[in-house]
Design a protein around this ligand. Structure first.
Ligand SMILES: Cc1ncc(COP(=O)(O)O)c(C=O)c1O
Length: 339
């Protein structure tokens, strides 16, 4: 695998811990749950984008970029980490924040990641939902070029084949830890959105001859579309790395049963997962991604699909910086949870 051939900047404090959750595992009476702490990657409150940005910004610097352009939903973790990483490398940033969720309040619009975006320092422009955001990125790129800058465009979530290399690396790190801890892992599970995390993980595992299955819990798209999108990016990543043979497409699996009303709208199961992990293990999830993924894990355990005797690894992709943006919903749920 040619991972070391790609330009890269070091942003991640790796390896992130692979940690057993003894209290929650005992409480549920099912499998032993392990959590890979990619919420603790070290950059700007952490999260899965740090690993992607190592390769994306490495590529940007190799191409002489002066200005990073990216986009995301208003409470995007990807946008927050991109601005911080670019600032740390002395690059300017322009970000487009899409008003993807209707009827949001002041905290959603100004607190959490949005506040951090302003602290880390970028030109921030809003866009209504329903636009072709890639087209919007291109237009900003052209504007910057005309002003003499060298723009580098990063797609939403940092999910192209270069970004996915970060999760190929994470899969290799996980395999080493599994080896060191002598674990027989039955399943890896995590939240999947713009697809780079899952595509990279599957390529990293399969490309290293590990056949541990990976289940992506979708936070937005229906199952078939998510599988199609992850498979497409995994194939591109496999080819970029020049791994021998064809990418095994039957290794991509997703479940969209935990999305609820839509992207960024937590369900009761999302909130239960968030509060349960906080109160049994002292670990924060987020209401958009990781708690939806964890709600999927809890449901699989409660339904007996994941059972006692197995070891399950949850990849914690971060996102807790969005929590203040969801203050009202979380305060209301705290009152219910305590009764
Ligand atoms: C906290 C968190 N978890 C999971 C994801 C999903 O990862 P991906 O977009 O690579 O599928 C994201 C993406 O924005 C995220 O911010």
């Amino acid at each position: 695998m040619k991972l070391s051939h790609f330009p890269r900047v070091v942003l991640t404090q790796a390896p992130t811990p692979l940690q057993h959750l003894p209290r929650l595992s005992r409480l549920l009476g099912g499998p032993d749950i392990y959590i890979k702490r990619d919420d603790n990657t070290g950059l700007a409150l952490g999260g899965n984008k740090t690993r992607k940005l190592e390769f994306l910004l490495g590529d940007a610097l190799a191409k002489g970029a002066t200005h990073i352009v990216t986009q995301g939903a208003r409470q995007s973790n990807h946008v927050r980490q991109t601005i911080a990483a670019a600032s740390a490398l002395g690059l300017r940033t322009t970000v487009l924040l899409e008003e993807r969720i209707p009827n949001t309040d002041d905290d959603y619009n100004h607190n959490g990641n949005v506040l951090l975006d302003r602290i880390f320092g970028a030109v921030i422009e809003a866009r209504p939902s329903g636009l072709d955001m890639n087209h919007e990125l291109l237009a900003i790129g052209e504007r910057l070029q005309a002003a003499g800058e060298v723009p580098y465009l990063i797609p939403g979530g940092g999910s192209n084949a270069i970004g996915a290399l970060g999760y190929v690396e994470s899969a290799q790190e996980l395999l080493q830890q599994i080896n060191q801890q002598q674990l027989d892992v039955h399943h890896v599970i995590h939240a999947t959105g713009s697809t780079g995390t899952q595509a990279g993980l599957v390529v990293g595992l399969q490309g290293n001859n590990s056949h541990i299955p990976v289940l992506g819990i979708s936070v937005r798209a229906p199952r078939d579309r998510q599988i199609e999108n992850v498979t497409k990016l995994a194939r591109q990543t496999w080819e970029l790395l020049e791994i021998r043979g064809e990418f095994p497409t039957d290794t991509v699996e997703a479940n969209a049963d935990y999305v609820g009303e839509g992207y960024g709208i937590p369900t009761p199961a999302t909130l239960e997962a968030l509060f349960l992990l906080a109160r049994t293990e002292g670990i924060l999830l987020d209401p958009v991604y990781s708690a939806k993924g964890f709600a999927g894990l809890l449901d699989y355990i409660r339904k007996g699909i994941f059972k006692a005797g197995q070891n399950i690894v949850f990849i914690h992709t971060g996102g807790a910086a969005a929590l203040p943006g969801y203050r009202n919903i979380l305060e209301r749920y705290a009152a219910v949870y305590e009764n």
